[in-house]
Design a protein around this ligand. Structure first.
Ligand code: IDP
Ligand code: MG
Length: 139
C-alpha cells in the first residue's frame, strides 16, 4: 500500500442531479481525504484535451460534448491506495456491470453519463491532477 493522490470529477449529470454531497460523503466515509476541490465548466476544447486518450473511440465527440455541457466538480483525493479505492467506490464504467453499492450502480442509468470520473493509474493521476490544479490550489 502506498499513499496516493487521484483526480475525481463529478460529471455534469452528477452535479445537475444534485449528487455532489452524496458522492463527496462516500469519499469521506471511505477515509479518502479531499486535498483540493473546485467547480468549473470545461469548454469543448478542454474536454477534448482531457479525454485525448479516447480520441479514436466512437464516443469521443459525444463524450466531450457531454463533459462540457455543464459545471463539474474536480477534486484531489488522497489516501492509502487512493487510485484503486476511488475506482472501487465508482464501480464499472458500465453501470449495468457495476457492483451493487457503487456510485455508478446506485445512480448512473447511462454508460456515458455515469456520474463520476477517476484516474486509472499513477501516471494518469499525476497528469489529470496537473490539468485541473496548480501548486497554489493544493494543500
Ligand atoms: P472510466 O470513466 O470508467 O475510466 P473509460 O473507458 O476511461 O471509463 O471511458 C471514459 C468515459 O467515456 C466513461 O466514463 C464514459 O463516460 C464514456 N464511455 C466509455 N465507454 C463508452 C461507450 O461505450 N459509450 C458511450 N460512452 C462511453
Ligand atoms: Mg478512464
Amino acid at each position: 500500500m502506498a499513499m496516493e493522490q487521484t483526480l475525481s470529477l463529478i460529471k455534469p449529470d452528477g452535479v445537475a442531479r444534485g449528487l455532489i454531497g452524496e458522492v463527496i460523503g462516500r469519499f469521506e466515509r471511505a477515509g479518502l481525504k479531499i486535498k483540493a476541490m473546485k467547480m468549473v465548466q470545461l469548454s469543448k476544447t478542454q474536454a477534448q484535451k482531457f479525454y485525448a486518450v479516447h480520441e479514436n473511440r466512437p464516443f469521443y465527440d459525444s463524450l466531450t460534448t457531454f463533459m462540457s455541457s455543464g459545471p463539474i466538480v474536480a477534486m484531489i483525493l488522497e489516501g492509502e491506495d487512493a487510485i484503486l479505492r476511488n475506482r472501487d467506490l465508482m464501480g464499472d464504467t458500465n453501470y449495468q456491470k457495476a457492483a451493487p453499492g457503487t456510485i455508478r450502480a446506485d445512480f448512473a442509468r447511462d454508460i456515458e453519463a455515469n456520474i463520476v470520473h477517476g484516474s486509472d493509474g499513477a501516471d494518469t493521476a499525476r497528469t489529470e491532477i496537473a490539468f485541473f490544479f496548480n501548486e497554489l490550489e493544493k494543500y
